[in-house]
Design a protein around this ligand. Structure first.
Ligand code: SF4
Length: 278
């Protein structure tokens, strides 16, 4: 079954009694929470199991995602075999030596050779390998402008923003709310830099998953009865240095990695979160 396209699609399935048994004030608020990944559909006790099944994450869906991702990675590796890697290195600000292009991913060396083989000082996760190759193959190599924008302001970002919130900003906020060392670890383990507070946030950290694609994470602490919040920003050149799919992949991948970090709270090295080689 297809995933819901928006919150209204979920809302139409609900009882609409606003009984609050799910913990939300209204059925509409619950539908929005499910769509954004803050609630699970089964938290409404008034739904029948076929509907719950329809909108629950199924293992086969996850397998499809993994399969598509692996196929895309293979496609990009093949593409890279047919380009001038030395010229690409110059365009995107990478080094080229022997037959290998190397650049920094989260502060660690990441390389591809002229045969499309990948090697790195960190574990090669598909969520970072595909954007790495996409950046080399299609990126314009524009220097960062310093203008921060949200994912939805990037070209073709609007229609994917709800999913981006669900896969990146919502889980990352959950981590920041519960794992107080998160921002210190971003700086210490992933070459991040705490910068002057942006957009009146309490904490702003900039990471470089790719040299010319910085990501800024801003966190607002809870205050005066207001809940905390977290937003992820990109330089406004991001959609020309990467496809929007790869920008999405970087955000979602980073978020997943930080969730693992929080789950293994207290581990002092990057190896504990699957980015370093073991
Ligand atoms: S429990 Fe279900 S019916 Fe009741 S408010 Fe929540 S979503 Fe609506």
């Amino acid at each position: 079954m297809p995933r819901p396209k928006n919150a209204m699609e979920i809302f139409t399935l609900l009882d609409k009694s606003n009984c609050r048994k799910c913990g939300e004030r209204t059925c509409l608020a619950f539908a929005a929470a499910v769509f954004q990944g803050r609630k699970k559909i089964q938290e409404c006790p008034k739904l029948d199991s076929p509907i719950i099944e329809r909108f629950s994450d199924k293992p086969e869906d996850q397998n499809n995602v993994a399969r598509n991702r692996d196929e895309f990675l293979e496609f990009l590796q093949n593409e890279v075999r047919h380009i001038d890697l030395a010229a690409a290195a110059e365009r995107v600000g990478a080094d080229f030596s022997g037959s290998k292009l190397t650049l920094k991913v989260l502060g660690k060396d990441f390389s591809v050779d002229t045969a499309g083989n990948l090697s790195a000082d960190i574990h090669i996760n598909p969520w970072v390998a595909a954007p790495f190759l996409d950046y080399i193959r299609y990126g314009k190599g524009l220097p960062a402008s310093g203008n921060w924008v949200s994912f939805r302001e990037l070209k073709d970002g609007q229609e994917r923003y709800a999913l981006f919130q669900k896969r990146c900003e919502v889980p990352l906020k959950r981590v920041a709310d519960t794992y107080t060392n998160l921002f210190d670890d971003l700086v210490r383990l992933f070459g991040g830099k705490q910068v002057e507070k942006q957009f009146e946030s309490d904490i702003s950290v900039v990471l470089h998953p790719l040299p010319r694609v910085p990501i800024m994470i801003c966190y607002w602490l809870p205050e005066d009865g207001l809940a905390s919040s977290l937003n992820v920003f990109f330089d406004d050149t991001a959609d020309r240095n990467l496809s929007i799919g790869s920008v999405f992949s970087l955000g979602a991948g980073l978020s997943q990695m930080f969730e693992k970090l929080a789950l293994r709270h207290g581990f002092p090295e990057a190896s504990s979160v699957g980015m370093s080689k073991t």
